[in-house]
Design a protein around this ligand. Structure first.
Ligand code: HH2
Length: 282
């Protein structure tokens, strides 16, 4: 298992889990669409998540929920860049959630620390941008298909081995261009071209993904896989989301992408005390 993740100005020690708070600067994200759509609202939400313990903020200007329509580059830049600029001096790593090379380039020029691409850097232009940057971290996420159609009929013969194989191949495509393995985190992409059976199979076998040797990032927060087993609406999925994040961490995932930072942080504090023993409790 990898012990650290290099991300621009930061290097995360992965002995302990790292909290990534979600900032959706969008009108249509599945759980908080429209809540933080203005720059001011997004920045003040970001400051709240930092106070609650987020070590990374993941800023997105395009919803990737099933059926979402793509957003033009210009609009995505108008949403993301002012938020990124406003948070530049905060003591937190800044990640930009985008699959567009133009947005990646602008974000890195504005000193973003991480690029999180839900398409796993499928585009050659995106891979080249990452390769030309000396140190940014990358999150390579797995998605079958594309957001508009990905949930129509996802199919795998063996979801764990296929997702592992495809993630490895995406990571190697970056490494071939000179991107150091220490910059790359992998993410199975819960809900991205996956049925609930696929999602829970991946969660149960998280240790197989961890065994690939890269830091593993998970995003289960408030997703339909939580609603499917709890019967809860999106705004009532905190406990289920925290449980899933904790399970993933217990199987070796080390970066958790969440809406509810405070609740997840508390759960992880208990996990850390139980895992590392009383000498680490202050
Ligand atoms: N999930 C979403 C978006 N980006 N990135 C990674 N690496 N992993 C994920 O699981 C992931 C992601 C979807 O969640 P959210 O951002 O809350 O919703 P939306 O895409 O509707 O904005």
């Amino acid at each position: 298992m990898s012990t650290s993740w290099q991300c621009g100005r930061f290097e995360f020690d992965l002995k302990r889990p790292v909290l990534m708070g979600i900032i959706n600067v969008t009108p249509d994200s599945f759980s908080d669409g429209g809540l933080h759509a203005s720059t001011d609202a997004a920045v003040s939400h970001a400051r709240k998540l930092i106070d609650e313990g987020a070590q990374i903020l993941d800023i997105g200007g395009e919803s990737t929920r099933p059926g979402a329509e793509p957003v033009p580059v210009k609009r995505e830049l108008e949403r993301v860049m002012p938020v990124l600029e406003s948070l530049r001096h905060a003591d937190v790593a800044l990640s930009v959630d985008t699959c567009k090379p133009e947005v990646m380039r602008a974000a890195l020029d504005a000193r973003a620390d991480i690029i999180n691409d839900v398409t796993g850097f499928r585009q050659q232009a995106s891979r080249n941008i990452i390769a030309n940057h000396p140190s940014c971290g990358v999150c390579v996420m797995h998605m079958q298909g594309e957001p508009r159609t990905m949930q129509s009929s996802p199919h795998y013969d063996d979801v764990v081995s296929q997702v592992s194989r495809e993630l490895l191949s995406s990571a190697r495509a970056l490494q071939t261009l000179g991107v150091a393995a220490s910059r790359i985190a992998l993410d199975p992409g819960f809900g991205f071209g996956k049925t609930q059976v696929h999602n829970y199979t991946l969660l149960r076998h998280m240790d197989d993904l961890v065994a690939l040797g890269y830091p593993v990032l998970v995003g289960v927060s408030r997703k339909s896989m939580i609603g499917a087993v709890t019967g809860r609406s999106i705004d009532q999925r905190v406990a289920g989301s925290v449980a899933a994040a904790l399970l993933a961490v217990n199987l070796g995932a080390r970066i958790v992408r969440v809406h509810d930072v405070q609740a997840t942080k508390d759960a992880l504090a208990v996990w850390e005390a139980a895992t590392f023993g009383p000498q680490e409790i202050q």
